[in-house]
Design a protein around this ligand. Structure first.
Ligand SMILES: [Zn+2]
Length: 105
C-alpha cells in the first residue's frame, strides 16, 4: 500500500513543472543501466515512440509522474508487462544507457 505523501518542492517553493529528470542525471543513467540489466526496461532504442503531453503516469525511469505540462515519451511495441514511458529527459538518459550497454564489460 502506497500512502499519500507530500511531494517535495524545490527550494524556491514552486512545484516542479519542468520536463526532465529531477534527480542527478548520472544517478539516473546508472539506474537506467541497472533497469536494462534487470530487464525492467528494453535494452535497445526503439524507433517507434510516441511523444505527447504527459498523462500523470509515473516515469519508467525516475518514477516521478509525468504531468500534463511535461512531455511524455511512450515506447511502442515493447515486450513488457506495462507500457514504458519517460520524461523527455529520462528518455534521453535511457537512450544513453542503451548506447553504452556492454561497452564497459
Ligand atoms: Zn523521468
Amino acid at each position: 500500500m502506497i500512502g499519500d505523501h507530500p511531494v517535495p518542492a524545490d527550494a524556491c517553493g514552486m512545484p516542479l513543472m519542468k520536463t526532465g529528470p529531477k534527480s542527478d542525471p548520472a544517478a539516473l543513467l546508472e539506474r537506467a543501466r541497472r533497469a536494462i540489466a534487470a530487464h525492467e526496461l528494453p535494452p535497445a532504442v526503439i524507433s517507434r515512440v510516441w511523444g505527447g503531453r504527459g498523462s500523470g503516469h509515473p516515469c519508467s525511469l525516475c518514477g516521478q509522474p509525468i504531468g500534463l505540462n511535461d512531455v511524455e515519451i511512450e515506447l511502442e511495441g515493447v515486450d513488457a508487462a506495462d507500457s514504458v514511458r519517460f520524461h523527455s529527459g529520462c528518455h534521453l538518459l535511457w537512450s544513453e544507457a542503451c548506447a553504452s550497454k556492454g561497452e564497459d564489460h
